[in-house]
Design a protein around this ligand. Structure first.
Ligand code: G4P
Length: 530
């Protein structure tokens, strides 16, 4: 095996998907503890945006240096190099999450045992299904009363269409929680209730072991009955089915007590897929790019401006798809068709940003960006190959930007352009006037943009409602058709940050009438980046 292929085979690149409050932050922290990436619980500052008011979120973001370094976390475990990509909790940032999911090879789904499958999990699973992303499931909070485990699995199967195959099974729950039974090992891991324990966990072998029956008391018979039912159902773990995203191995535990997490991580690192070949567009068609290929390639799935207040930089997050990134190497930007020298790429250990000497397929590196890198950009060593499938969503909320100090127009434009490069909000400039219209998927994004314009660019502005119902990118087979459309609809056509034409419909009726009147024009609600 080549050195690249060998390194690629060790990588496990994944994200955690869950509904807010299910325990993603807590679990992340415990995974990092086991991975030796942090020494102390309480180090990971979750993106608590999901549960706090906007103002709290702003304050939190001021500690950006801390919160954002946790957006990619790398640690070694079991001979693997694990790359955990964080996704924002708040649904107003869902675009960011969707794009991050294009950069992973698998996902870990966290479910609250009391709540089961919740709305946001369903949405995120839809995104995972687009790429058949394999899912490992962790049912969390067994230290509290929850719903019967069989019922939870039934719900996952029915609602998410994933066949469940339990790897561990809870013994009791809430006050009666005794631990988990590992079905593949025929071993019990016993729960002590000690929240800070990460090393020694008492184990006992054998479901039929009489010592176990005595120890567990009344919950033992329930366990036996449940295991019998599971065995009758006969859904054994099948690696191929899991990798095909048809089956999900399920673990039970309590993230806050560090319980069941090690078993989860062991199973995860053993089964989760290493980087898979990816499809790219090349001249004349498509090409499969194997991770073991010697030539470097990768794509940018996220851009974040001013990550570190001390550096005032913009960082583009690139997922390596093949070959090796080496420090100081000249990368070819496929979109610009030009070389870009990457001075120092960053790697993301849990607690700090470090300069990276080498990165392999599956790894994420941070590239300092001075405006030449956009979301969806592919990089290579000169080959013209473009990775696809990184979506740009049409926003659903719109505001007109009113600048308080007209002399700050230049800073305003710069700020808006940089923030829109992050993909969090979109900027539209109508072709017939000097308005600036912002589009976002969630209302919190407007507050964030307003705050950051002031904080990072010194620009005071307010946003006012504008008569826009939705934005659709427009395309036609010929330039003449498109020009004719723009001519007739000048007041409602704008350009996005990349100069692509967008139709800003005033209402749903307006959109459908316009579509009928101009059958040659295509109205698209997503645009491929890159
Ligand atoms: P999130 O990132 O998915 O939004 O969830 P997070 O980890 O922040 O957890 C949400 C709440 O659930 C937190 O409580 C957390 O302590 C609790 N939690 C997480 N895992 C477990 C578990 O295994 N058992 C129990 N009983 N609780 C768990 P909080 O009170 O909202 O916040 P905090 O003050 O404890 O941080």
């Amino acid at each position: 095996m080549s050195a690249v292929a060998e390194q690629a085979a060790r990588r496990r690149t994944f994200a955690i998907i869950s509904h807010p409050d299910a325990g993603k932050t807590t679990l992340t922290e415990k995974l990092l503890l086991f991975g030796g990436a942090i020494q102390m619980a309480g180090t990971v500052k979750g993106r608590k945006a999901s549960r706090h008011a906007t103002s709290d979120w702003m304050a939190l973001e001021q500690q950006r240096g801390i919160s954002v370094t946790t957006s990619v976390m790398q640690f070694p475990y079991n001979g693997c190099i694990v790359n955990l990509l964080d996704t924002p909790g708040h649904e107003d940032f869902s675009e960011d999450t969707y794009r991050t999911l294009t950069a992973v090879d698998s996902a870990l789904m966290v479910i609250d045992a009391a709540k089961g499958v919740e709305a946001r999990t369903i949405k995120l699973m839809e995104v995972c299904r687009l790429r058949d992303t394999p899912i490992v499931t962790f049912v969390n909070k067994l230290d509290r009363e929850g719903r019967p485990p069989l019922e939870l699995l039934d719900e996952v199967e029915k609602v998410l269409g994933l066949q469940c195959t339990p790897i561990t099974w809870p013994v009791g729950m809430g006050r009666d929680f005794k631990g988990v039974y590992h079905l593949l090992e025929d071993r019990f891991y016993l729960y002590s209730g000690d929240k800070h324990r990460i090393s020694e966990i008492e184990t006992v072998d054998g479901l039929m072991n009489p010592a176990v029956a005595e120890r567990f008391g009344s919950v033992y018979q329930t366990l036996r009955d449940e295991i019998e039912l599971l065995q009758m159902a006969g859904t054994e773990f099948d690696l191929e089915q899991y990798r095909a995203a048809k089956q999900t191995p399920v673990f039970f535990g309590s993230a806050i007590s560090n319980f069941g997490v090690r078993e989860l991580l062991n199973g995860f690192t053993q089964w989760a897929p290493p980087p898979l070949p990816r499809t790219a567009l090349v001249a004349g068609g498509e090409q499969t790019v194997p991770p073991g290929g010697e030539r470097f390639s990768g794509f940018v799935f996220k851009i974040q401006a001013n990550m570190d207040p001390k550096h005032r930089d913009r960082v583009a997050f690139l997922r390596v798809c093949s070959g090796i990134y080496r420090r100081g190497m000249l990368l070819h930007s496929v979109r610009l068709n030009a070389p870009v020298r990457i001075a120092n790429a960053l790697t993301f250990m849990a607690s700090e940003r470090e300069t990276v000497d080498a990165a392999y397929p599956g790894d994420i590196i941070g590239l300092h960006n001075h405006g030449t890198i956009a979301i969806g950009d592919s990089f290579s060593e000169g080959e013209t190959l473009r990775f696809t499938g990184i979506p740009n969503f049409a926003p659903e909320l719109f505001r007109r930007v009113i600048l308080k100090d007209p002399l700050k127009a230049k800073q305003l434009n710069k700020g808006l352009d940089q923030l829109s490069e992050e993909g969090a909000t979109q900027v539209y400039r109508p072709v017939s006037n000097n308005d600036i219209i912002l589009g976002a998927v969630g209302v919190l994004q407007f507050d964030v943009v307003q705050y950051r314009l002031k904080d990072e660019y010194g620009v005071d502005c307010v946003f006012e409602p504008v008569q826009v119902h939705c934005a659709r990118w427009i395309e036609a087979d010929t330039a003449t058709q498109l020009e004719a459309f723009v001519d007739k609809n000048e007041t409602r056509v704008a350009k996005d940050h990349y100069g692509d034409l967008v139709y800003l419909a005033s209402s749903a009726v307006n959109l459908s009438m316009t579509q009928e009147r101009f059958p040659d024009v295509r109205f698209l609600d997503t645009k491929e980046h890159g």
